[in-house]
Ligand binder design. Structure first.
Ligand code: MG
Ligand code: MG
Length: 264
């Protein structure tokens, strides 16, 4: 069932979402060669708690025998697509690093992601990052009242595939609100005019996961980390977007990240 949000609820949500945006901005200040993912994770957890929130991914229930997710951030490096568990292995020059963060505040969730380049990254990999971010904005443009989920999906897929990239099928975007994952599902592939109709008050986490090579994925033994089947890199961007006055309004922002990256 799709929960449409009132304007008041969206304003409360905006605070949760911006807490995540600011947390990613703090993380951005420290993303560089030699820093460990665990350091970034501790920093993010502290920042969220200091600002009245709770990490949304920490303790997230695993399926079957898989242990609950142990961290505040999903840090997915190079061939890792999403759901990477932060480790003590320092970031290396040339890595591309997707950082996904979720937080709950005042009963609502924020959940978004950005892919960083560490030091000197291959041109081909920088293009993958930039084009994945653009694919996200192509999807967001379609989030207008009267369109359907498939219009968002198609726009992302069509743009990403124009570069020959693989669009991951098994992992998708989602509704967001009092739950981290709500209906509707928002696949990054699909047909125009398919799926649920987009309506005023809908809030979606749109999140293309785009692979340089094959769209096929594999799971690591930790039960969480998803990697590309061919070992080539993958990028991931996510924004939280509401339909207000029939049009998409991006509740999250990369401004804190961009400021941090500029002043490095
Ligand atoms: Mg998400
Ligand atoms: Mg996310």
């Amino acid at each position: 069932m799709i929960y449409l949000k009132t304007r008041e609820e969206i304003e409360i949500m905006r605070e949760s979402v911006l807490l995540v945006s600011r947390t990613l901005g703090e993380v951005a200040k420290h993303v560089k060669e030699g820093v460990t993912p665990i350091f970034l994770d501790k920093l993010a957890e502290e920042y969220i708690r200091d600002n009245g929130g709770t990490p949304a991914f920490k303790g997230y229930k695993g399926h079957g025998n898989v242990p609950d997710f142990p961290a505040t951030l999903c840090i997915s490096i190079n061939e890792a697509v999403v759901h990477g568990i932060p480790t003590n292995n320092p970031l290396k020059d040339g890595d591309i690093v997707s950082v996904d963060c979720g937080a709950k505040k005042n009963g609502f969730f924020g959940d978004h992601a950005y892919t960083f380049a560490v030091g000197n990254v291959k041109q081909e990999h920088l293009h993958l990052i930039e084009n994945t971010k653009q694919a996200l904005y192509k999807g967001i443009e379609q989030m207008v009242s009267g369109n359907r989920i498939g219009d968002i999906s198609y726009a992302i897929q069509n743009y990403a595939e124009s570069f020959g990239y693989g669009v991951v099928r098994e992992l998708i975007g989602h509704g967001l609100g009092r739950n981290l994952h709500e209906d509707p599902e928002v696949p990054n592939y699909g047909k125009r005019g398919d799926g649920p109709k987009l309506k005023e008050g809908m809030v979606l986490a749109i999140e293309p996961m785009i692979n340089l090579g094959t769209k096929q994925i594999k799971h690591l033994n930790d039960g969480w980390t998803v990697i590309t089947a061919d070992g080539k890199p993958s990028a991931h961007f996510e924004h939280d977007v509401a339909i207000i006055n029939g049009k998409p309004e991006i509740l999250s922002t990369y401004a804190y990240i961009e400021d941090a990256l500029k002043s490095k």
